[in-house]
Design a protein around this ligand. Structure first.
Ligand SMILES: Cc1cc2nc3c(=O)[nH]c(=O)nc-3n(C[C@H](O)[C@H](O)[C@H](O)COP(=O)(O)OP(=O)(O)OC[C@H]3O[C@@H](n4cnc5c(N)ncnc54)[C@H](O)[C@@H]3O)c2cc1C
Length: 180
């Protein structure tokens, strides 16, 4: 007898959407022939925190990429440099994108700011359906003025040669300094 599990007990993605995804995999596998069973893939499992400001992310964080010894580059963009971010006075909001320098694929994205839980989905789709292809975002037209321009410009700011552009201290850096 084979036991299949889903939800928090699996211990991989303790979210409602994680449980839903695992339920889909389990139900497919129950009826699949032996050679057609599929494994769950947690590479593109997004998360959000409904705090103020909102926090959302998908894929690797910098620390994880460093531990995995991935040669990554960063794209960073503050909300205040977009029309809608400025209109909303979101002075702390920013997005950070990690891309693998070798494969030129997005491997992680993180947002702190207004509607972060919604904005992150552009990169969730790019990572899930387009393998994280940077060009998929770069070649897509984004509405002006909208917060989606934060996503577009964060990806556009990726430089394969150099470091991430410096737009001043981020909320995270200021908060860390205050703690010290
Ligand atoms: C306060 C809180 C807030 C959360 N907010 C979010 C959120 O915003 N977004 C998000 O994605 N995730 C959120 N989560 C996590 C999310 O709820 C879980 O990841 C998800 O519900 C896991 O699904 P599950 O099926 O494993 O367990 P559950 O949804 O807990 O389902 C387990 C079910 O089994 C039943 N049960 C337990 N023991 C027995 C028994 N002996 N016999 C019969 N039935 C039993 C329980 O009553 C329950 O109905 C939150 C969790 C908590 C606690």
């Amino acid at each position: 007898m084979k036991l299949m599990s889903l939800g928090d007990i699996v211990g991989k993605a303790p979210f409602k959407h994680g449980a839903n995804y695992e339920a889909k995999i389990v139900s497919q596998n129950i009826f699949a022939e032996k050679d057609q069973k599929v494994a769950a893939n947690y590479t593109v499992m997004p998360h959000a925190v409904y705090s103020y400001p909102q926090v959302a992310g998908v894929g690797l964080m910098e620390e994880q990429a460093q531990k995995m010894e991935i040669d990554y580059v960063l794209g960073v963009y503050p909300y205040m440099r977009t029309g809608m971010g400025r209109a909303l006075h979101d002075e702390d909001g920013f997005m950070k994108v990690l891309a693998d320098r070798k494969t030129r694929r997005i491997i992680g994205a993180h947002i702190i700011g207004t509607d972060a839980s919604i904005l992150i989905h552009e990169l969730v789709v790019v990572m899930a359906a387009a393998g994280g292809d940077v060009e998929a975002v770069k070649n897509t037209i984004h509405i002006h003025p909208s917060l989606s321009e934060v996503v577009a410009r964060a990806v556009n700011s990726i430089s394969w040669e150099g470091k991430a552009p410096n737009y001043g201290k981020t909320l995270m850096e200021r908060t860390t300094e205050q703690k010290i």
